[in-house]
Design a protein around this ligand. Sequence first.
Ligand code: SAM
Length: 192
Amino acid sequence: NFRCRSAFKLLEIDDKFRLLQPGYAVVDCGAAPGAWSQVAVQRVNSAVTDPELPRGMVVGIDLLNIPPLDGAHFLSSCDVTDPATHAKLLELLPHGKAHVILSDMAPNASGFREMDHERLITMCLSLMDLAEKILQPQGSLLCKYWDGILAHKLQETLSSVFSSVRTLKPDSSRKDSAERYFLARMYRRPIK
Ligand code: SAM
């Protein structure tokens, strides 16, 4: 039982691209109420449901409260864009590194499509600072955005540090919504 239907989008993407492997450390940005984290916990084996496989780690972050979940470590009432949150992540993650950053973050929708689009793109761009601090070389980033005029700017920024960037529209995402995902793989920025 998933906490939210959004789980099916991540399941669909992960079934196709195998982002989440047993043993991986995953950071889930905008994690409340926790459905993506539920999927990540299963796939990286962070609750050790299979003792034969390596144990992964899932850290979820949200401005809101995230109800506890076995196998996940949650940073509730935390802003993903805040350097203080980055510092907490560096402490929590094994060697301060994550294999995958997930972001299903979204601002509270104003109803003005263009404004919401711009705000979400700005949030996605801020993930680049986080990636620079915690993402492993060859790591991956999956982020939700709302399509619009600035999408190419985000795509270009991602392409400057990831060798592979593609746009995804899962079948489980409503056809009439502007919701899209960028899947950026093979991070190549050297970690300082
Ligand atoms: N993926 C989640 C799931 O499957 O349960 C649903 C995420 S919901 C669509 C978007 C979340 O992003 C909201 O809970 C919101 O509070 C969070 N959010 C928005 N801005 C944020 C920020 N700057 N830092 C952390 N979380 C943020």
